[in-house]
Design a protein around this ligand. Structure first.
Ligand code: HEC
Length: 131
């Protein structure tokens, strides 16, 4: 009887350890960045926005308007926040990587460095239309 209890105790402890490992593994997985979260490496660096404006006007303004002033809605980059809210960073990153070939938006990844593209994004954040 005593041996039986001992075995049950061992089984119980093993079960608890396994459960704890599973929970911590799931927790670690949840903390890993997934494709759903895109981090802007220049977040908070408002000092690069000025340079971003120059880069924007050099590379993007002939389609998106000087200083991003463009009345045609799908191209109006002042509306990124209005259109996409907290997904705006992700949409930006995806649009830069894939372009929208069917709509005339080129792929910029591999043409401009990530650093340049995020500088442009930092500039765009300063011109967002408020709701
Ligand atoms: C040759 C013209 C052209 C150039 C140059 C261009 N774009 Fe675009 N871009 C477009 C068009 C057209 C669209 C709209 C696509 C659509 O209708 O979905 C667009 C869409 C976008 C969008 C998505 C907007 C939204 O609301 O969904 C982003 C972000 C963007 N462009 C960023 C840039 C940046 C940054 C540059 C400069 C590095 C750039 N584009 C240069 C033509 C261009």
């Amino acid at each position: 009887m005593l041996r039986q209890d001992g075995r049950q105790l061992v089984a119980l402890v093993c079960g608890l350890v396994a459960a704890a490992l599973l929970v911590s593994w799931l927790g670690a997985r949840a903390a890993e960045p997934t494709a759903a979260t895109v981090a802007n490496p220049l977040e908070g660096r408002s000092d690069v926005a000025d340079e971003g404006r120059g880069l924007f006007n050099q590379y993007c303004s002939h389609c998106h308007g000087p200083n991003a002033i463009q009345g045609e809605r799908p191209r109006d980059l002042r509306r990124l926040k209005l259109r996409y809210g907290s997904e705006a960073t992700k949409v930006y990153q995806e649009t830069m990587s894939r372009g929208r070939p069917d709509k005339g938006m080129p792929v910029w990844k591999d043409v401009l460095s990530d650093d340049v593209l995020w500088r442009i994004f930092m500039y765009l954040q300063t011109v967002q239309t408020e709701p």
